[in-house]
Design a protein around this ligand. Structure first.
Ligand SMILES: [Zn+2]
Ligand SMILES: [Zn+2]
Length: 229
């Protein structure tokens, strides 16, 4: 799959992913919140330089990245954080339940051993603890929604921008493993929660972007796919 960094809709961009930064990278998204930009996840690490190049190629100065959201503690999402934080000075947002994976880097929690990539642990500056939190970053309100299941500290991010409701729901599709504390029952409830958010666009962690009715049908298809677990 040959893909490029691109605008999804005005103000929201995909700047990383398996086809555009490094084969091990999750999809990495960037939201232009006016005074600052917010990055969602950072890829596995080896592609971090190419992610920042993509940011520059889209016409943005990476030093505008003020916050980076770690949606959960898997290396394909957080491996690039240490590097990007060093380059940009951004603050990292993550959930308490996945904090050990991000800050201490236990290879079972990060799955770094499965990827065969060394993980550079990084601090979580803004620790989310509850089910939901709204934070103003730049000019936009970011709603952080706990979606435990894939990992205990998985979070989704909801942003309304120019009348479009974006949902950043990484690894909505699983997979599940005791290695990183998956809980399919909690995951089902989390997916029901996502369906209730009525997003116009779902930016997923590996399956790219879904629009309109595809958002609901993609999440429902995952629920059906895992119904016997
Ligand atoms: Zn994951
Ligand atoms: Zn992933």
């Amino acid at each position: 799959m040959t893909m490029e960094a691109e605008e999804i809709e005005k103000g929201v961009y995909v700047v990383g992913g398996a086809g555009i930064s490094h084969p091990a990278d999750c999809c990495v998204y960037l939201v232009d919140a006016g005074p600052e930009m917010v990055m969602i996840d950072a890829g596995a690490g080896p592609g971090a330089g190419s992610i920042l190049k993509n940011v520059r190629d889209l016409g943005f100065d990476p030093s505008r990245i003020g916050h980076l959201v770690a949606t959960h503690c898997h290396i394909d999402h957080i491996g690039g954080i240490a590097w990007i934080r060093e380059e940009t000075g951004c603050l990292v947002i993550g959930h308490q339940e996945d904090r050990d994976g991000i800050e201490l880097g236990d290879p079972r929690l990060t799955a770094a051993d499965l990827y065969g990539i060394e993980y550079w642990p990084t601090k979580v500056d803004v620790v989310l603890e509850g089910d939901e939190e709204v934070m103003k970053l730049g000019d936009l309100e970011f709603r952080f929604v706990a979606i435990p299941g894939h990992t205990p500290g998985s979070i989704a991010v909801l942003v309304d921008l120019l009348g479009v409701r974006f949902l950043f729901g990484q690894d909505v599709h699983g997979p599940f493993s005791d290695r990183w504390g998956s809980d399919v029952g909690r995951w089902r409830r989390s997916m029901e929660k996502l369906l209730g958010l009525e997003a116009d666009i779902l930016c997923e962690g590996h399956a790219w972007v879904f629009r309109g009715p595809e958002v609901r049908s993609y999440i429902e298809a995952q629920l059906r796919r895992h119904q016997h677990l």
